[in-house]
Design a protein around this ligand. Structure first.
Ligand code: FES
Length: 168
């Protein structure tokens, strides 16, 4: 049933875009907004719906960095590791946030799918270094304490618990 609903929504998105191959990027964007990533089976379904090869759809989905084929958490935290932020110890923020969320090396999403933590090369807010984005909101001139307070607020709102043992 869940799967059926999933494909119904994709059908709607494809139809809203006139089943037009030239609209492949907006179609994929809309699907990603819906699911927070591009599931493989949906990419294959999109290819069939548009009458194009799956290779073409996967090619576009993997070419553009705005698309992701991996499931992400509900809250996506992007910590800037561009030069201006790096020299202001932005990777300390990254480490402290990963530790708070109990993410082990190589893991970017927690098992509850609440958080994904990523690094980016520049957020275009160098004057605010060190900076990070939580979902679409930019936070600048961060200290480790302030960054943690932002994450802790989300943990409290989402779980109703104190953040100290999140994911432990
Ligand atoms: S280097 Fe971090 S915002 Fe540009």
């Amino acid at each position: 049933m869940e799967t059926l609903r999933k494909f119904e929504r994709v059908c709607e998105i494809v139809d809203q875009n006139g089943r037009n191959e030239a609209r492949l990027i907006p179609i994929l964007q809309a699907i990603q907004v819906e699911y927070r990533y591009l599931p493989e089976e949906i990419l294959t379904f999109v290819a069939t719906s548009l009458g194009i090869s799956p290779a073409r759809v996967f090619g576009v989905a993997t070419f553009y960095s705005l698309f992701t084929l991996k499931p992400k958490g509900k809250h996506v935290i992007r910590i800037c590791n561009g030069t201006a932020c790096h020299v202001k110890q932005s990777m300390d923020l990254y480490d402290i946030i990963c530790t708070r969320l109990n993410l082990v090396a190589g893991q970017d999403t927690d098992p509850d799918m609440l958080f994904t933590v990523e690094t980016v090369n520049c957020l275009g807010a160098c004057g605010l270094a060190p900076a990070m984005v939580i979902n679409e909101e930019v936070y600048g001139q961060l200290t480790p304490e302030r960054a943690l307070a932002l994450i802790d607020d989300i943990i409290r709102k989402e779980t109703g618990n104190e953040p100290d043992h999140y994911g432990a």
